[in-house]
Design a protein around this ligand. Structure first.
Ligand code: SF4
Length: 339
């Protein structure tokens, strides 16, 4: 099973999963690929989730009122209670109806009517503010991707703390509602999580952490541009490899993932897999051998399994990559060659 975590633009599939899936299927591996990013936005803008959010806010408000009666509210809790009290007056059924109408607008001809599209985008923002209140003090935004859970993704201790934080980490609930049921149903041998950008790091690692807790027998691997860029940092923190995932794939992942599946099945030794960071009894190892894919011999990306009609655009958009990397590859600010 391959997962693409939030947050990313909700207009088209990202190319990483279809590229990996094509190679795995070509070699006979059944693959389930899930764009959890678009599934999450589809869920957020639905009546079921918004009613659930209202119940969550109600429980939080009730607990804060009890603390207030005992004179125990902190300054932050006073602020949280004010935020929740303001949202308590919102008609959640009307908000949910607007959210679903906004989705309809973005997915049809009304997308091209500027006033309707503006109304839809403002509705999405209003809904995200409503959801944010239930995860106070997190700030969850629809677009651009600037959600802030209050933890810095570049500080490992904050990352570990964020993964366990039930108050602000909305991705724990996304995982419970969208990811864990799918993993439980399919029981894959391997779950791969593609983390292409820093904005996906918290969600991606949260999914890994919770899958690992619930299904310790599943091999969890992570890959993507941001994982490649963390190749010197990850081995310094063994917890990543004991509590969150088993292996990490750097750079291009098609054949490294294929060979990893063979290793998990007992047909290959893990230390022989290029691009891999793994842990054994001697510690964490970064395999120095880097495998570069030959693009001309790779199969076409395979989008089978993506909810292509769920994206928030009126026409299907599929990404296309005509080339990879760069022959020069020396500009220090550039991450073009990082997978
Ligand atoms: S900026 Fe990146 S892609 Fe462009 S020449 Fe430099 S290394 Fe290559």
């Amino acid at each position: 099973m391959l997962l693409f975590p939030p947050e990313w633009v909700p207009t088209a599939p990202y190319l990483a999963l279809p590229s990996l899936t094509a190679v795995l299927r070509q070699h006979g591996h059944p693959v389930i690929q899930k764009d959890v990013n678009i599934e999450m936005y589809d869920l957020f803008f639905s009546d079921t989730f918004l009613i659930w959010v209202k119940a969550r806010m109600g429980m939080q408000l009730h607990a804060l009122e009890a603390k207030e009666a005992a004179g125990l509210l902190t300054e932050q809790e006073v602020d949280q209670k004010a935020v929740l009290s303001r949202k308590a007056d919102v008609d959640v059924f009307e908000l949910a109806a607007h959210a679903m109408e906004a989705k309809r607008i973005t997915r049809g001809e009304d997308f091209y009517a500027a006033d309707k599209l503006e109304w839809a985008l403002n509705t999405f923002r209003e809904v995200m503010q409503y959801i944010s209140a239930a995860y106070y003090p997190a700030s969850l935004v629809f677009y651009p991707m600037e959600s802030n859970l209050g933890y810095r993704p570049g500080v490992s201790q904050e990352v570990f703390a964020c993964l366990e934080d039930e108050q602000v980490n909305v991705y724990r609930d996304v995982c419970r509602q969208l990811v864990l049921p799918a993993v439980s149903k399919e029981r894959p041998d391997v779950v791969g999580v593609s983390i292409g950008t820093q904005m996906q790091l918290m969600a991606g690692l949260t999914f890994c952490r919770m899958i690992k807790e619930a299904f310790p027998e599943i091999h969890l691997t992570v890959g993507g541009n941001i994982i490649t860029r963390l190749q010197e940092e990850l081995p310094k923190h063994e917890r990543f490899f004991t509590e969150i995932f088993d292996t990490a794939i750097m750079y291009e992942g098609e054949h490294a993932l294929l060979w990893l599946l063979e290793a998990v099945a007992g047909d290959r030794a893990i230390p022989t897999i290029p691009n891999l960071i793994y842990r054994d009894e001697d510690g964490i190892h970064v395999n120095p051998e880097i495998h570069t894919e030959k693009m001309a011999s790779l199969p076409l990306p395979d989008f089978e399994g993506f909810p292509l009609d769920s994206y928030f655009v009126p026409v299907r958009i599929l990404p296309y990559l005509a080339t990879r990397g760069c022959y020069w590859g020396r500009c220090t600010f550039c991450d073009h060659g990082q997978g």
